[in-house]
Design a protein around this ligand. Structure first.
Ligand code: SAM
Length: 214
């Protein structure tokens, strides 16, 4: 990779703004977070390309546009506490941490959680709490959350996650079979739960008690 700053700016223009990402705070977070620090050395030259990349353990760091569309859909405010399911590389958590006060992120693969923790510490992103465990159960001890984002594909919406949302909070989650999912935004409103479809997507599996069994 030649100059990460130039690659990052191109990614923002050509992959995010050109496809309709308009939230200036979200775009500023993408400008700030050095995505190449979240991939292994041999993949750094591809860090700003328009696709997901392997992070080992059969898992991926998501395509930049998918991270952007999910982040924008959460409507994050500076005072918010956000829960992420699926820490992976830590990149999505890093983007969220620039937009809100506190991020909780759960990962089931402990080696990924440790690597993400190290990357985030090196960058000085200290408002992120990483936990190891089954995120399909949420994180009840620190609930409720102003937003919950699931970065793996679920067979159905885990009820526990809706229960851990604050009033007016949204859950953004890919739901479907293992090859294709629908990105859903589920919002807790005074009138009840409102569900919106944000389009098709393809994620690795959400594995756990309220997800896929393996
Ligand atoms: N958000 C990540 C990033 O920014 O790099 C990408 C996440 S990757 C597409 C999906 C992650 O979800 C994997 O790291 C996988 O191990 C994790 N995962 C799958 N099922 C999980 C569960 N039940 N609880 C927590 N993490 C889970």
């Amino acid at each position: 990779m030649k100059d990460p700053l130039i690659a990052r700016e191109r990614m923002i223009e050509e992959q995010l703004q050109s496809r309709g990402i308009r939230d200036q705070q979200v775009l500023a977070a993408f400008r700030e977070v050095p995505r190449h620090k979240f991939v292994e050395d041999y993949l750094k030259y591809k860090a700003y390309e328009d696709y997901p990349l392997s992070i080992g353990f059969g898992q991926t760091i998501s395509q930049p546009y998918m991270v952007a569309i999910m982040t924008e859909a959460l409507r994050v405010q500076p005072s918010h506490r956000i829960l992420e399911i699926g820490t992976g590389s830590g990149y999505q958590a890093a983007i969220l941490s620039r937009l809100c006060s506190l991020v909780y992120s759960i990962e089931r693969v402990s080696a990924l959680a440790s690597r993400a923790r190290k990357t985030l510490d090196e960058l000085g992103y200290f408002n992120i709490h990483i936990r190891i465990g089954d995120g399909t159960l949420g994180l009840p001890n620190d609930a409720p959350y102003d937003g919950i984002i699931v970065t793996a594909g679920a067979p159905h919406v885990p009820e526990a996650l809706i229960e851990q949302l604050n009033q007016d909070g949204s859950l953004v989650i890919p739901v479907g079979d293992q090859s294709l999912q629908d990105l859903k935004r589920i919002t807790r409103t005074p009138e009840g739960v409102k569900e919106e479809s944000l389009g098709g997507c393809r994620f690795v599996k959400l594995i756990g008690k309220n997800g896929w069994s393996s």
